[in-house]
Design a protein around this ligand. Structure first.
Ligand code: F6R
Length: 274
């Protein structure tokens, strides 16, 4: 897992947007996995800026969102479809026909979840999946105890998630109890995962996910299995990590490698022993 630590939430947004923009430029018909929630809002603002000011072109991009509440009309301000529309989709040149959110209104859960998996598969799989992390370590709505082999399905939300989300609905009673969510196995199959976390409220979950054992009790820890998982944190979210210095060293080395500064890495300084 690559751990990138930035000064604050704004720097996290800019750094994360660079990973997304690089992909969109390299592969214009890429498939992006998107997350809702507060954490990626800065990333979406930066992508909108890149679209407007630097012509970042989303016209051939396909998107799949991680999850949707069950039972919320798509016009409800807290529905995932509505939130994504407001925060990203309507501000860039994405083709609406290529933007996908799980169907929270179909009561035929099983077939609508299977269809969602099939659509991801038909699109060629997700190239880059953006993720936030819950304070209990969940990714998407894979609450503690979710199978690490899970696929898209309906989940009951935990009390902690209901409390965390109460601020968005005005009261805990109004938070839907169920959500359709991509499973951990669905997420892990993405070619790259990009998890963002900001603020001290995420520090404990971040430490468990990155430095703790891999466990279904902290579903973000499944990213430890992923071959290309990048975690971008601000200093507060990174504050409980014990190996911060090492992560910074790796990033500094990476920057030297990317700019070809071999001698600074000690490469070529030593003659082979006689
Ligand atoms: C959103 C999602 C959730 C959030 C997580 C953190 O699609 O799947 O896992 O990423 O609950 O939410 P925020 O960013 O609001 O703290």
């Amino acid at each position: 897992m690559r751990v990138v630590i930035e000064k604050d939430a704004d720097a996290v947004a800019v750094r994360a947007a660079r990973f997304v923009a690089d992909l969109v430029r390299r592969k214009p018909a890429c498939v992006l996995g998107l997350a809702r929630g507060e954490t990626p809002l800065g990333l979406y603002r930066e992508l909108i800026r890149l679209h407007r000011e630097e012509g970042l072109d989303f016209s051939r991009v396909t998107t799949f969102n991680l999850d949707e509440y069950v039972g919320l009309e798509v016009t409800h301000p807290q529905s995932c479809r509505h939130a994504m529309q407001q925060n990203l989709l309507r501000h860039v040149n994405l083709d609406p026909a290529r933007t996908h959110v799980p169907d929270g209104l179909s009561l035929d859960f099983e077939s609508s979840c299977q269809q969602y998996e099939q659509m991801i598969c038909d699109a060629g799989g997700i190239d880059l999946q953006v993720l936030g992390i819950g304070s209990d370590g969940h990714i998407a709505f894979n609450e503690p105890g979710s199978s690490l082999g899970s696929r898209t399905r309906v989940k009951s939300l935990t009390g902690e998630t209901l409390r965390d989300n109460a601020r968005l609905f005005g009261s805990e009673d109004l938070v839907p109890r169920l959500a359709i969510t991509m499973g951990i196995a669905t997420i892990i199959e993405s070619r790259r995962c990009l998890l963002l976390a900001t603020g001290s409220g995420k520090a404990s979950a971040v430490r468990s996910a990155i430095e703790g054992p891999m466990t279904a009790q902290v579903t973000a820890s499944a990213l430890q299995l992923h071959r290309d998982a990048i975690v971008v944190l601000d200093e507060e979210a990174a504050s409980w990590l014990t190996r911060r210095a090492y992560y910074a060293e790796v990033e500094a080395t990476q920057a030297l490698l990317e700019t070809g500064q071999w001698r600074q890495l000690g490469i070529g300084k030593q003659a082979a022993p006689a």
